[in-house]
Design a protein around this ligand. Sequence first.
Ligand code: PLP
Length: 390
Amino acid sequence: MIPAVLPTYARSELAFERGEGAYLITADGERYLDFAAGIAVNSLGHSHPHLVETLIEQGKKLWHTSNLYEIPEQTRLAERLVANTFADSVFFGNSGAEAGELAIKIVRKYHDDTGHPERYRIIGCQGAFHGRTLATLAAAGNEKYLKGYAPNVDGFDSVAFGNLNELRAAITPETAAIMVEPVQGEGGVRPGSIDYLKGLRAVADEFGLLLVFDEVQCGMGRTGKLFAHEWAGVTPDVMMVAKGLGGGFPVGAVLATENAVQGFAPGAHGSTFGGNPLAMAVSNAVLDVMLAPGFMATVDKNARILWNKLQALADRYPQVIAEVRGAGLLLGIKCVVPNGEMVDKLRAQKLLTVGAADNVVRLVPPLTIGTAEIDQAVAAIDAACRTWSA
Ligand code: PLP
């Protein structure tokens, strides 16, 4: 008999009752160190006092009014995102996939508004993940996730991640944009090099394409800067954001330049829940913490400490770990052993991680971890590696 909950997830049997900082706690009091963080969502850990307080205060005042009316917290969040990024304007939705849908609509509308409706195709990258809607699945082109849902949405091409020559060769008069994760998350924690990201901008400029960065997973402080592309010193025209923006409260956003969204006017897009007072208040609280002086520097410092310790483990256990890769606190252990077994063994050591493609174990802890949590995680990974070496 089919379960009451549609069986779309291969879940572990663990259930948690509460969270404290970087820890998740079961009903019988077992504490797990959470280096999965809801897959890069709980950016400030669990039950962060400022977020909890903000949610409770907003919850007492107002949950939902609809975009029929002004939502002051929405305007404030948009203005803060604009002030701290390349963007001139922001649309709020509820998830990463929705952000992807709007990014695709912006690309098509831009070329339609500027007299080139024939330019509608978007070039994405192999190994990408942009969400589970029909268009975002087509954009990523992963056969495993598309299977059974034909016909696929038209208008997407795919090239190897990191390969500018292949990209240039794939551009046709119908090409409208390039859509890339600066650090591929689900695809196996693969960072685009600084030269690659700079090259993407140059190619987009040369061919009159919009550059869309999907920073749903790698954005919001995850790499030690507010957004990952900042490391390369280039900016996109459109950017998808979600996950860490709400620190656990569902929210998504598309940030864009004025040029990219020049044709947008009332009626061009919408969302019932997008930009609601609860999501906006919590996201503003997340920004309060992330924009405080020193926050990103601390993330960067801790990320480097974790990186070095993981490298030492990789050196010690070459028969278990093939490589450590990633950026900031979006790190991947490419395994020699099966990554699923590693995730299970780490869970047995009370460390929560998440698998990724290419036989990788992803470490995406809350950005608020300190050296004690790093040491605990490294000890757990060390212990798991030892079970293979014994
Ligand atoms: N884009 C990237 C890079 C992601 O990692 C994800 C989710 O993992 C998405 C988009 C989709 O986000 P959501 O699951 O909120 O729709």
